[in-house]
Design a protein around this ligand. Sequence first.
Ligand SMILES: [Zn+2]
Length: 286
Amino acid sequence: MMKKNLRFILFMLCIPMMLASCIRPDGEGHESRKEQPTLGDAPEHYYESVEYSYQTDVNVEKLLTGLDSDYLLLANKEYVLGADHAPASVVTLTCDTYLNKEVKLESRTAEALYEMMEEMHAAGVTDISVTSGYRTYSYQQGLFNQYLKNEMATISDDARKCFSSDYLREKYTENGLTGLDYADARVVVLSYSAFPGTSEHQTGLCLDFVSSGAILTTAFENTEAFAWLKDNAHKFGFILRYPKGKEDITGYTYEPWHYRFVGREAATDIYYGNLTLEEYLGVTNE
Ligand SMILES: [Zn+2]
């Protein structure tokens, strides 16, 4: 009993040390931080042959009708953004946001979003609001550390999804431990949260949509809003960023609510080509 208590105390003493060392600035901890890809040719061009029609008086200049590498910025588990990366210009959204919370986006992305929201409303889709736009590196870092602390305090349902019950019982429960060690906690947290520098939200170019009853769950795919977005978002320069069936390429599970602004030309080629941003930029085979 003494021995178990001592192990527990030592473990608890280690937590602050482990937390302090887990997050380092600049995406360190990922062996290789890749250079942004240069824009190659899209596998197939659809843009020139597509006719756009809008119900509302859309200002197409706001949709970025050409290509601009700033809007094709890649942020994922391999292409890590530095701690100092932030969009050049950020605005606070004036459209409907979930729970009226403050949501920020890169300014051009916000303008394209407003044009798109107007069109959605005109199409009769009103059960829609926006959440999680731009998130800073330090916000993501705080979030990640908080999740680590939680996993190190109790064995959660997420932990049970990541590890077998035998493993958890032998390593923790039988040793009187109620939470995971750092290495195991990190595995669990990475199953649901982006490591700082790897979240696309740090670009300011993406956002999450919410409908009643579908708050960041796959139930969003059954909403009126999703039915509209799926086939119209590209007309406004937005793409479904983490599609179903492309998890191996994006590194993320299917997220029907997460949309990314890339400008109308790239979005159109991505939509008709049934691509992900990674495939469009030609970085999937590295
Ligand atoms: Zn998102």
